[in-house]
Ligand binder design. Structure first.
Ligand code: PEP
Ligand code: MN
Length: 348
C-alpha cells in the first residue's frame, strides 16, 4: 500500500449501525479527498458503562463500505483476538490506540499477533507525554516484521489543561518526527481538540509543520454520535475544512533555503505559543495563591520560597545549556508578573 501525500483518514469514532457506517463512507468518498476509511469497533473508554463499541458485528459493515466506495478500511486493535478478527475481515490498515501504546504488555501482544502478517500499522502516541513509550511501541511492531508503519500524533493528557482535550505538545511530536524521518507522520486534530471549532487551526498547524496527513473523525449526525460527539463533523464539513487548508509548497530547488528556514520559524512560533499558554497558566495559579494568602493574611513575598525556586531553575538550566544570567532575568520578570497578579487579587 502506497501512502500519497496528503494522506487523509476519516470515518466515525465508532461504528454504530450498518447504515451509519455505509452512509459516512459514501459521503466521505464523494469528497474525492479521502485515502482511508476508519471506524472504531472496540472502544477503550475511560469509564465503564459508556458505549464500548459494536464489536465484531461491525466488521462486515466496514467490508460492505469498502465494496461500495472502494476505500480501504482501518480499525483500532488492542488485543491478539482483535487483530485476528480484523485480518479475517479484510481490514487494510490497523492502528494502535493511545491507551494501548502506554502498555508494553498490550503492544507486545498485538505485535506477536502480527508476526508474519503484511499489513500497514499506525501507532498513536501514548496518552502520557513519554516519547520512550511511543518509540518502544514502534520497536515492538518493527520487530514483528511490519514494514509499513505510520505514526499518529493525537496529543497528550495534561491535568488542568483547559483549551485542548489532549495538549498537542508539538515539541514532542516534532522530536518523534525528527527521529523517524521516513515514517508517515499523521496528525489527529479530533482527539487533540475534543471540539469542532479548533479542528481547522490544529490541522493547519500540523500541515505547516510538514506532517504527511490528517486523521479526522466524521459522522453523519455528529451530535448523536455514541462516542466523541463534540469533536466529530459531517463529511461535508470535513470537505470544507480540507478546502480551507493552505497546503504549503513542497520543497523546490530554488526555494530550498527559504523552505527550511520557514520550517524552523514555524517551530519557533509554535513553541512561543506554548510558552505564552504556560505563562498564562502560571499566572492563574499565582492568582489562586493570592486568594489563599489574602484569606489567611499572609505576605505575598516569601523570600525562602523564591530562593528555593531559583536554585532549582539554575541547576536544571545548567544541565540544559541555559545561562544563569538569562534565567535570572527571565524568571525575575516572571516573578514580578506573578506578584502583580497576586497583588491585584489581594488588594481587590
Ligand atoms: C480513536 O481514534 O477513536 C481513539 C480511541 O483515539 P485515541 O487512541 O487517540 O484516544
Ligand atoms: Mn474517538
Amino acid at each position: 500500500m502506497q501512502f500519497k501525500r496528503p494522506y487523509i483518514i476519516s470515518g466515525p469514532c465508532s461504528a454504530e449501525t450498518e447504515e451509519q457506517v455505509i452512509q459516512t463512507a459514501q459521503r466521505l468518498a464523494a469528497t474525492g479527498k479521502i485515502n482511508l476509511f476508519r471506524a472504531g469497533i472496540w472502544k477503550p473508554r475511560s469509564r465503564p458503562g459508556q458505549f464500548e463499541g459494536i464489536g465484531i458485528k461491525g466488521l462486515p459493515w466496514l467490508q460492505q463500505a469498502k465494496k461500495i466506495t472502494g476505500l480501504p478500511i482501518a480499525v483500532e486493535v488492542a488485543t491478539a483476538n482483535q487483530v485476528e478478527q480484523a485480518l479475517q475481515h479484510d481490514i487494510d490498515v490497523l492502528w494502535i490506540g493511545a491507551r494501548t501504546t502506554v502498555n508494553p504488555f498490550s503492544v507486545q501482544e498485538v505485535a506477536n499477533a502480527l508476526q508474519g502478517v503484511s499489513i500497514p500499522v499506525f501507532i498513536k502516541n501514548p496518552i502520557n507525554p513519554d516519547l520512550e513509550l511511543w518509540i518502544g511501541a514502534l520497536e515492538r511492531v518493527t520487530k514483528a516484521g511490519i514494514k509499513n508503519i505510520g505514526l499518529i500524533h493525537r496529543g497528550f493528557s495534561a491535568y488542568g489543561n483547559i483549551q485542548y482535550r489532549n495538549a498537542p505538545m508539538w515539541h514532542l511530536a516534532i522530536e518523534m518526527k525528527r527521529r523517524n524521518p521516513d515514517l508517515l507522520f499523521i496528525c489527529d486534530p479530533s482527539h487533540i481538540c475534543g471540539r469542532r471549532d479548533l479542528l481547522q487551526s490544529v490541522a493547519q498547524k500540523s500541515i505547516d509543520l510538514d506532517y504527511d496527513g490528517l486523521m479526522i473523525e466524521s459522522h453523519i449526525n455528529p451530535d448523536k454520535a455514541l462516542s466523541d460527539a463534540k469533536q466529530q463533523i459531517t463529511p461535508e464539513k470535513l470537505n470544507d475544512l480540507l478546502n480551507n487548508i493552505i497546503w504549503r509548497n513542497e520543497n523546490i530547488e530554488s526555494e530550498f533555503y527559504k523552505t527550511n528556514l520557514e520550517k524552523y520559524r514555524q517551530q519557533i512560533n509554535h513553541l512561543d505559543d506554548e510558552l505564552i499558554d504556560i505563562l498564562a497558566q502560571r499566572m492563574k495559579v499565582a492568582e489562586q495563591i493570592g486568594q489563599f494568602k489574602k484569606d489567611n493574611n499572609i505576605t505575598i513575598l516569601q523570600t525562602n520560597r523564591w530562593n528555593e525556586i531559583l536554585e532549582k531553575i539554575f541547576e536544571k538550566g545548567e544541565q540544559l545549556g541555559l545561562s544563569k544570567e538569562f534565567l535570572s532575568q527571565y524568571f525575575d520578570a516572571v516573578h514580578m508578573e506573578s506578584i502583580n497578579h497576586q497583588n491585584k487579587i489581594m488588594n481587590k
